[in-house]
Design a protein around this ligand. Structure first.
Ligand code: G16
Length: 543
């Protein structure tokens, strides 16, 4: 086996976004494209020599071929060992766990998360650090810088290795360890939750539906829910991962997980429903006849986490991304613990978790997690809900109702305007940013604006500063409008409009969120001129 040095011309636009590099699959499949980006990863981390990496992906189209390329490049560049999920598959949280469990130097994860998969859909790649978490901005910026001067990469000229059999083999000087993608992760879950109580819940007739959306979580959910916790066979649906996710859009929200929503709001609905995304880090939770928004889910989990053995001694603090509703802040205040507000992107939670300052983190984008790994974790969130349901012996609707009665309700919704022409979206944001300083004190829709800014974050652990993380317009009654452009799309620009209004109760806690937020929605249209700029009046996705 020989090492080939391949000369290349640098590609433009290999800039990591909110969570790694995401592009159309065909872009990744063009000669040298993936290789160049893998080379920049190794360059940015000071080389691969002597290092151990976890490698795997969410099983989407091109995942197996990409893993072979990464292994051949790691071997050519002197890596010591690669730990690979059987079949080249690992969910994102399971990869994070393996990085930590084996104390590796990091991991390369192949996924475009909740974006559809297939030859004409999306693909992605990201690097996670030795703590198991996504590379911080300083590292992704070093990667992007390296992409611009890329001139060659080294790769081993070797036949593909068999990744379908668990066991060890040698690729050049590198040991390849093919491991079960599921077993270690499932064992970790047993250390955090009261499996006996959840088992008893299912044994008592509690019914659940888990929609894995033909993506990576199917085998994890079957093992944990059906095999270890005794949920009825068939609890997990769409449980076989497919390269194109069976044509499903594996984004667990009411729009894309419509089949689950219809079942949960239909006759004879199960007691509890959940869905997860392409790579298993996102979750949606639904009770019988009631949808739980991700921001409310985070708040309920924070208020009740002590009921699970892994969190019985309480939480050090909680963290949420800036656009996530402030519902969890109210819980933190009552518990007397810190609440952190970070920019969008799980990577911003890493330092807080490592420093022991936050135990639970969450985002409006259907991500919730804790310090057990350094990624958000869909099945983990579902298990914490199950533990709480088993312990409180109440329905989801009762738990949510009591939560709102205790803390008040943060009405919340996100409106997405997808595939807008990038120049028009940029012009709209620039115009809005230009008038932020003049908004305070003015009135819109009968509401007074208290202040407006572009969110900047100073990491309390390492002091690094991240600017321009989203426009905030704050009203004097605590309501908010937040606007930013997504960093995970692959087509044009996606405008995310986040809307929030607080109702203290006891009255007015049971409104329809879109009705409760109607004046704020109108205010956003007026202030940003969304229709005038983009030609779009209504969003494509509402969560
Ligand atoms: C990623 C990030 C999340 C972020 C989400 C949406 O999730 O890890 O922190 O909230 O993207 O980001 P954006 O609003 O920029 O599209 P995932 O599940 O796609 O890896």
């Amino acid at each position: 086996m020989t090492v080939k040095t391949v000369s290349v011309t640098a590609f433009e636009g290999q800039k990591p976004g909110t969570s790694g590099l995401r592009k159309k699959t065909r872009v990744f499949m063009q000669p040298h494209y993936l290789e160049c980006f893998v080379q920049t990863i190794f360059t940015a981390i000071g080389g691969a020599a002597g290092k151990t990496f976890v490698v795997g992906g969410d099983g989407r189209f091109f995942n197996p071929q990409a893993v072979q390329v990464i292994l051949a490049m790691a071997a050519a560049q002197g890596a010591r060992r690669a730990i690979v999920g059987q079949g080249a598959v690992l969910s994102t949280p399971a990869a994070s766990h393996l990085i930590r469990l084996h104390k590796t130097d990091g991991g390369i994860i192949l996924s475009a998360s909740h974006n559809p998969g297939g030859e004409d859909e999306d693909f992605g790649i990201k690097f996670n650090m030795a703590n198991g978490g996504p590379a911080p901005e300083a590292v992704t910026e070093a990667m992007f810088a390296a992409t611009k001067t890329m001139a060659s990469y080294d790769i081993l000229d070797a036949p593909d290795i068999d990744l379908n059999q668990i066991g060890q083999s040698q690729l050049g000087g590198m040991l390849v360890d093919v491991v079960s993608p599921v077993a270690d992760y499932a064992d970790l879950m047993e250390t955090l939750f009261d499996f006996n109580a959840i088992h008893a819940l299912f044994a008592g007739g509690f019914r659940m539906r888990f929609d894995a959306m033909c993506a990576v979580t199917g085998p994890y959910a079957r093992e944990v829910l059906e095999a270890r916790l005794g949920a009825a066979p068939g609890t997990v649906v769409h449980g076989t991962p497919l390269p194109d996710f069976g044509g499903m859009h594996p984004d667990p929200n009411p729009t894309w997980a419509k089949e689950l929503m219809d079942e949960m709001f239909g006759p004879d609905a199960p007691d509890f429903g959940a869905a997860s995304d392409g790579d298993g880090d996102r979750n949606m939770v639904v009770g019988r006849g009631i949808y739980v928004s991700p921001s409310d889910s985070l708040a309920v989990l924070a208020a009740n986490a002590h009921l699970a053995p892994g969190y019985a001694k309480g939480l050090a603090g909680v963290a949420r991304s800036m656009p996530t509703s402030a519902a969890v802040d109210r819980v933190a205040e009552k518990l007397g613990i810190a609440a952190f507000e970070t920019p969008t992107g799980w990577k911003f939670f890493g330092n807080l978790l490592d420093a022991g300052r936050a135990t639970l983190c969450g985002e409006e984008s259907f991500g919730t997690g804790s310090d057990h790994v350094r990624e958000k974790d869909g099945l983990w969130a579902v298990l914490l809900w199950l533990n709480i349901l088993a312990s409180r012996k109440q329905t989801v609707a009762e738990i949510l109702g009591e939560h709102w009665a205790d803390y008040g309700r943060n009405y919340y919704s996100r409106h997405d305007f997808e595939a807008i022409e990038t120049a028009r979206a940029d012009a709209m944001m620039a115009e809005l940013r230009g008038k932020l300083t003049s908004l305070a004190g003015t009135q819109v829709e009968g509401m007074t604006i208290a202040g407006a800014d572009d969110f900047a974050y100073t990491d309390p652990v390492d002091g690094s500063v991240s600017r321009n993380q989203g426009v905030r317009i704050l009203f004097d009654d605590g309501s908010r409008i937040v606007m930013r452009l997504s960093g995970t799309g692959t087509e044009g620009a996606t405008l995310r409009l986040y809307l929030e209004r607080y109702a203290a109760g006891p009255d007015g806690l049971a409104q329809d969120p879109q009705e409760a937020l109607a004046p704020i929605i109108r205010a956003a249209q007026q202030l940003a001129g969304i229709e005038a700029h983009t030609g779009r009046k209504d969003p494509n996705v509402i969560t």
